[in-house]
Design a protein around this ligand. Structure first.
Ligand code: PGA
Length: 245
């Protein structure tokens, strides 16, 4: 089980990055070699860069993760990637149920739970994303939506395995808008309540950047961050990593 007192900072490159951008991974690692971070660190490049990023990050403090996975183990599923393939490419963690996948690919909580099972079968660690739409928050339904997502996205097989939850209000992703610290801590407390005795870290995600990382990362109940746009450049991501200390 991961150390619950250590922040977990995960970068999500989404559908960005060519091989030349592995220079950013090199720069990040060089800076961390000079001045190590106490946080646990991971970067999730697109699948095309998993192998290359894992080679660059080999032996460093940066773990490599994938952004999605098939529910299936192998077979006739053109374009999909099995968890074992991700592990073979160097991934150790897998983001599952990101809101962009829930929206663009109609992933239900049941599909997300199946993906979590696939990740566990391959011996990888899932990062399960949840978060309400702006309309759901406006309607006063944010807590109910997130409670339901957490309950239905986490299969019973997770018990005893390491995993993380990322709370990402959909309206905060890529928008520059962030919830108040009270809203963040309040929702993290709700998620902690649903998790019960499980010690998994709860990350905040949605427009985390160098200028707001310190307050978000030190808000009560926040165990780390899932960072999209600001993880693409080593300098920005490093500033967020430093803010965890
Ligand atoms: P953002 O994305 O930091 O660009 O808002 C976060 C995420 O979607 O994981």
């Amino acid at each position: 089980m991961p150390d619950p007192t250590r922040k977990l900072i995960v970068g999500n490159w989404k559908m960005n990055g060519l091989r030349a951008d592995l220079e950013e991974v090199r720069a990040l690692i060089a800076a961390l070699d000079d001045a190590p971070s106490a946080a646990r660190l991971a970067l999730c490049p697109p699948a095309t860069l998993l192998h290359g990023a894992a080679a660059v990050a080999h032996g460093s403090a940066v773990e490599i993760g994938a952004q999605d996975v098939s529910t299936q183990m192998c077979g006739a599923h053109t374009g999909d990637l099995a968890a074992e393939m991700l592990r073979d490419s160097g991934a150790r963690l897998v983001i599952v149920g990101h809101s962009e996948r829930r929206a663009d690919h109609a992933e239900s909580n049941a599909v997300v739970a199946d993906k979590v099972r696939a990740v566990l079968r391959a011996g990888l660690e899932p990062i399960v994303c949840v978060g309400e739409l702006e309309s759901e928050r406006d309607a006063g339904r944010a807590e109910a939506v997130v409670r339901a997502q957490v309950s239905a996205s986490l299969p019973a097989e997770l018990d005893g395995h390491a995993f993380a939850i990322a709370y990402e209000p959909v309206w905060a992703i890529g928008s520059g808008k962030t919830p108040t610290l009270e809203q963040v801590s309040g929702m993290h407390a709700v998620i902690r309540d649903v998790l019960g005795a499980r010690p998994s870290p709860i990350l905040y995600g949605g427009s985390v950047k160098p200028s707001n990382a310190h307050e978000l990362l030190h808000a009560p109940g926040v165990d780390g961050a899932l960072v999209g746009g600001a993880s693409l450049k080593a300098d920005d991501f490093l500033a967020i990593i430093r803010a965890a200390e």
